[in-house]
Design a protein around this ligand. Structure first.
Ligand code: BGC
Length: 779
């Protein structure tokens, strides 16, 4: 990977790959993936290679193949597919010689360009440029442009079309539908998911030009789940350029913006849309796409980092790029998947990754999108109720992994091999990783206090917070001997400890959830009697409130030991301590499992990811600086960061604790999860939560932004390598621009107001009407 190819205006905007290796295809496919939140396209090459993983995902089009499998996002038809022969030889980079090669993702324009000079095995020379984008302006469009310039007269043949012979690791999610050619040029393929019955309509059309547009000799072909053209006898004179464009569209019967009732109507609509797309042509479509990116992302929430390290600015843009590619902002029935739309990993499911790692980016920069993602949770309350009921609880028990709104739990039950027993390891998260419920409540609360969106609270927020608290109130277990409520047999954020009692993160956030619900019930009773009545009917607020008040002070909250260390759970601190150096310095995550199985890891003081520390980040008011430091010193050395989302949390906390050097080191490590030199990290897809975490490390960490108890704090503290950081955040409907250097910070209200805005800056309360500058102070 090469991060320095961008110069001039393109400095820090380009991620490039300078070599072609078939054993490393996964990295580029995921890191360069394109998309627009409606769909995500893994960046495979036009021509096929062994080891490739061709994926096209359309957000929210889940299907369940069989009863003993979980719902997953199906791998849709491959429309990128183009195979060439040049003077009778297949264009294949594993044959002949590559004289020049570069593949570049331009983050600003969201375009992927592959530039190759190839000598075919028979000695002929060709310059080929492949460009493509997935439109951010028209969410249904994928456009490709290929130019071929031979050094000698050449004859080209091309096979190109739509290939529906796709599977998710062997599982075919589609029933074959009709295929047809229209107007002699437009290929149409229809498919329907086997269980969820979603119709997909794919169309592709080609355009050829060499000085002038022309139609080459062609024959249309169909095969099982395939429709394609064979083009032949295309003569390209020496040093002349042939341009081939392929326009493809993807529509489904889940598209909210379409008013079609039948497969036929969908097909007709999509066909006409494709005609229109082709008529616009690549340049115009591209222009609209670039403008949409600029408006939605780059001008909307720009971040600049002046750093000694070129990579840092690129890293934050890369994170923002992928967050935009993966987020289905167009439809509140959908959410972000743990691998975005860039790979089959985690089956397209949504985890706490959204609320705790990704959502803050949107809450602080694009509240509309944050709200849509939270509405997804509100709309999935039926599934959460079902899960609670099935487990003998009340209220909303959110699934650990989530797909359809009413699915309930979709976490697979069996996972990786156990190296000791040889059996598949049981994944307990779907049964007992329950903190997801308070994570969602917390995110809704955070959203409300940052944005001030009262309409959200009235329609969704109060209900979410109270319904989740009902779950916790029913989940508590009375401990007669201690006279308190425990939460036993859970998995906390640290998934290396299963079946633990009183995981601190779980207990504290459950307590917070119930406490907040009590406040809101009271507020509704006093200030919003009508809404109180409505919710009372739905949730039986009177009874719930009584129970909340009864249990609140009896919930066991693990307390810090004398040395300040808070037990992660009832038994963690009594477990064996071993030398973890080997695993801390690992190149690949999970290396401990080459030596131990999960049962053994369970008995060692080692954490997969931030657990106690993330509690101290989210509910920071509850813990003193000394307690935070004591826990940091205890748990950081025991945390392997085997989940990619962990590094960014520790980076923010290191910033809070004033260790800018370590904070920066952790930020860099987080940035290198997808972008770094390890060529195997992203095979299953990019790491969505980690990318959200990178934004948090920059803005919440170095940028010093925090909302606590409804108040805003901005106290930046830059790492040594940075001269300046600028960013903007939305705060209760207005935008604040922050410029920070090593010595000074300036906070500017974009729309000045005589009504002062109260912000805590380096421990002092400031009232700001337009702009305010402070020295940088450590607090
Ligand atoms: C982590 C979870 C995370 C999931 C999906 C797991 O490895 O432990 O915290 O939610 O991956 O990213």
């Amino acid at each position: 990977m090469n991060y320095t190819t961008g110069t001039g205006e393109l400095q820090h905007w380009l991620v490039a790959e300078d070599g072609f290796r078939t054993n490393w295809l996964g990295k580029g496919e995921a890191v360069f993936s394109l998309g627009n939140g409606y769909m995500g396209l893994r960046s495979v090459t036009e021509e096929h290679y062994a080891n490739e993983q061709r994926n096209l995902f359309v957000a929210g089009t889940f299907n369940k193949f069989a009863d003993n499998e979980v719902t997953e996002l199906p791998n849709a038809s491959d429309v990128l597919w183009m195979e060439f022969t040049l003077n009778g030889v297949r264009f294949d980079l594993t044959q002949g010689e590559i004289l020049a090669y570069r593949r570049t993702l331009n983050l600003k324009q969201a375009e992927l360009v592959r530039d190759v000079t190839w000598q075919s095995p028979n000695g002929d020379l060709y310059d080929l440029i492949f460009r493509r984008f997935v439109s951010m302006d028209n969410l249904h469009v994928i456009a490709q442009r290929v130019t071929i310039t031979p050094k000698q007269e050449s004859v080209l043949t091309m096979t190109s079309g739509i290939n529906g012979q796709m599977t998710n690791s062997g599982v075919q999610h589609f029933l074959e539908g009709d295929k047809r050619l229209y107007d002699g040029r437009f290929m149409q393929q229809l498919q329907t998911t086997t269980e969820s019955g979603i119709d997909f309509a794919f169309h592709s059309v080609h355009r050829f030009s060499q000085h002038e547009p022309f139609e080459p000799k062609s024959i249309i072909k169909m095969d099982r789940r395939q429709i394609f053209f064979d083009y032949s006898d295309v003569v390209i004179p020496a040093n002349e350029t042939l341009t081939i464009e392929k326009y493809s569209t993807v529509f489904t019967s889940r598209d909210r913006d379409l008013s079609v009732d039948t497969t036929e109507e969908l097909a007709n609509f999509a066909l006409n849309a494709t005609r229109d797309v082709e008529a616009q042509g690549y340049d115009r479509l591209f222009n609209d796409h670039v403008n949409a990116w600029d408006e939605l992302v780059w001008s909307h929430a720009p971040i600049t980092i002046e750093s000694e390290e070129m990579f840092d600015q690129l890293a934050i843009r890369f994170a923002q790029y992928h967050l935009a590619v993966m987020t289905p902002k167009h439809d509140h029935r959908m959410n972000v998947a743990a691998k975005g739309l860039s790979g089959e990993g985690y089956k397209g499911h949504t985890f706490w990754d959204t609320e705790i790692f990704i959502l803050p980016y949107y809450t602080y920069t694009n509240p509309k999108i944050a709200r849509s993602l939270l509405e997804y949770r509100y709309l999935s309350l039926p599934g959460a109720h079902r899960k609670a009921k099935e487990n003998g609880y009340e209220g909303a028990m959110f699934p650990w992994e989530s797909a359809w709104l009413d699915d309930g739990e979709v976490t697979p039950v069996w996972g990786a091999a156990d190296i000791v027993t040889g059996e598949a390891t049981k994944i307990w998260s779907g049964f007992i990783e329950q903190h997801i419920t308070s994570d969602i409540a917390f995110a809704a609360w955070q959203y409300y206090h940052v944005t001030g969106d009262q309409d959200f609270m009235d329609n969704y927020g109060y209900e979410l917070l109270i319904d989740t608290a009902k779950f916790w109130a029913s989940r508590l277990e009375w401990n007669e001997a201690e006279g308190r409520y425990d939460i036993n047999q859970v998995v906390g954020p640290d998934e290396y400890k299963e079946h633990v009692d009183n995981n601190a993160f779980t207990n504290y956030t459950a307590h917070w959830n119930i406490q907040t619900a009590i406040q809101y019930v009271e507020l509704l009773r006093q200030e919003k009697p009508e809404l109180f009545e409505q919710l009372n009917e739905k949730l039986d607020l009177e009874t719930a409130d009584e129970r909340f008040r009864h249990v609140l002070d009896l919930i066991y909250l693990p307390q810090a030991r004398e040395d300040g260390v808070l037990p992660q759970d009832d038994t963690y601190l009594q477990k064996e301590i071993i030398d973890l150096t080997k695993y801390k310095n690992q190149e690949n995550v999970g290396s401990m499992f080459y030596d131990y199985n999960l049962e053994q890891v369970n008995e060692i003081q080692v954490s997969k990811q931030a657990d106690v520390m993330i509690l101290m980040y989210l509910l920071e008011d509850l813990f003193s600086a000394d307690v935070k430091r004591a826990n940091w010193e205890y748990y950081e050395p025991k945390t392997l960061h085997d989940s990619s989302l962990s590094l960014s949390t520790h980076s923010v906390l290191a910033s809070d604790l004033g260790d800018q050097k370590l904070a920066y080191d952790l930020f860099r490590r987080a940035s290198e999860i997808d972008l770094g030199p390890n060529m195997k990290t992203s095979d299953a897809g990019i790491h969505a939560a980690s990318l959200g975490g990178i934004w948090q490390a920059v803005v919440n960490g170095f940028g010093g932004v925090r909302m606590t108890g409804g108040n805003l704090r901005i106290s930046p503290m830059l790492p040594q390598a940075w001269n300046a950081l600028t960013y903007s955040i939305d705060w209760k409907g207005e935008t604040l621009d922050v410029q920070a250097s090593q010595d000074q910070v300036t906070i500017t209200r974009r729309t000045p107001s005589t009504e002062p805005l109260v912000i805590e800056v380096y421990g002092e309360t400031r009232e700001i009407t337009d702009t305010f500058t402070s020295e940088v102070l450590s607090v």
